[in-house]
Each structure stands twice: as C-alpha cells, then as structure tokens.
Design a protein around this ligand. Structure first.
Ligand code: URA
Length: 214
C-alpha cells in the first residue's frame, strides 16, 4: 500500500503486538478494554510528540540546572466520539492528566452510510486555546470523524489531531479531503471496508467488544 500522507502508524512492537491481541475474536471484553487502554497510552505518546517545551531553572539534590525542560504553552483537550472513543480516554489521560475532556455523541445513519447524526456535544469552554485530540476506536468511512471535527472547529479549535486504533484508506482519504490539516495517529491501516462498512480484517464492532453488548 502506498504511504498515506499525514498519517502516523505506531509501529512500535508493543503496539503491534497489542493490536493483534485486540483483533483476535477470542479476546473478551475485559482484556479488550485493557488493550485499548494500553494502546491509547502509546498512541498518545506519539500524538503529543510536538508539544512545545520551555526551559526552567531547577535545583536538583546535587546542584542547579538552568535549562531543564517542561511543557509550555498550549494545553490539551481530548474529545472522544461515543461510544468507541470512551475506551481510549483513561489511557490518554494517564499521559496528560491535566487535559480536559469533551464528548461528542454521533451515529452513522443506517439508511445512508454517508451521513451521520450528532446527538450530544459538550466541549471545554476554552477549546480554542487547546491542542485537541479527537479519539475514536475506528476511522472507517470517516463520516463521524469529519462531522466531529466540523463541530470541534466550529467551537474554535484550530490545532486538531485524530487518534484511532484502526483505520483504512477510505477513512483516511475522507478525513483528509475534508480536513487536510488534521494528522491521524493510528495503530494500523487495514485493507478497506466490507459491504456493511466495517473495517476488514479489523476488530469487528469496537463499541460492542468494548462494552460487551453483543
Ligand atoms: N466501527 C466499528 O466498530 N468497527 C468497524 O469496523 C467500523 C466502524
């Protein structure tokens, strides 16, 4: 497959190992949730790689250090798309505990897979001043992701990334066509979509596997 632009695949062996366990149909909900948590931590490490640093002066037990680095400037907001993105929040917060969390509820319309309906939105009031990382388990058709980023941009956010465990070329292309500025961080880019618009080989229905609803 050709390299996809503006997509970071976390190819670290630990992430790839955990994505394989996640794909396995015999992995139960408890382990699935734990894996999503761990993979989200690793991906968040990549997603926050370009946070700006500033130098500070500190006193170590053995002396003074004039140019030690701490994160400065923009703060972070995570915006999980319900339901799948909810499973990624705690992993992301483990790395950036001071981040605020907004929520967007959205579902792809059954009759027409090319449209989505949003039914819930609660975002941090200062989202415009934050580095926003939208979270969803899967970037499949891209319909929900595009609409969520429309909503987040309308609220003032300008620096947005999209973090998902799995995607495919259809999702990447749809998201980048609508929002070319949004970088995608993922665990793997799969082959494509089946007739029911599931990613193949994929993980099946991520929300159901996460919450044991099937
Ligand atoms: N949502 C899922 O849960 N799984 C897919 O494969 C695609 C979208």
């Amino acid at each position: 497959m050709a390299e996809l632009e503006n997509v970071i695949v976390c190819d670290h062996p630990l992430v790839q190992h955990k994505v394989t366990l996640l794909r396995d149909k015999n992995t139960g909900s408890k382990e699935f949730r734990e894996l999503v948590h761990e993979i989200s931590m690793f991906m968040c490490y990549e997603a926050t790689r370009d946070l700006p640093l500033k130098e500070v002066q500190i006193q170590t037990p053995l002396g003074e250090l004039a140019n030690s680095k701490v994160i400065s400037g923009r703060k972070v907001a995570f915006v999980p798309i319900m339901r799948g993105g909810l499973g990624m929040v705690d992993g992301a917060l483990a790395l950036v505990p001071t981040a605020k969390v907004g929520h967007v509820g959205i579902y792809r319309d059954k009759q027409n897979g090319n449209t989505a309906t949003d039914y819930y939105c609660k975002l941090p009031f200062d989202i415009a001043n934050r580095e926003v990382i939208v979270l969803d388990l899967m970037l499949a058709t891209g319909v929900s992701a595009v609409k969520t980023i429309d909503i987040v941009k309308k609220a003032g956010a300008a620096n947005i990334k999209f973090m998902c465990v799995l995607t495919c070329p259809d999702g990447v292309n749809a998201l980048h066509k609508a929002h070319p500025d949004v970088e995608i961080i993922c665990g793997a880019v799969d082959k494509g979509l089946n007739e029911e618009l599931y990613i193949v080989p994929g993980i099946g229905d991520g929300g159901d596997r996460l919450f044991g609803t099937k």
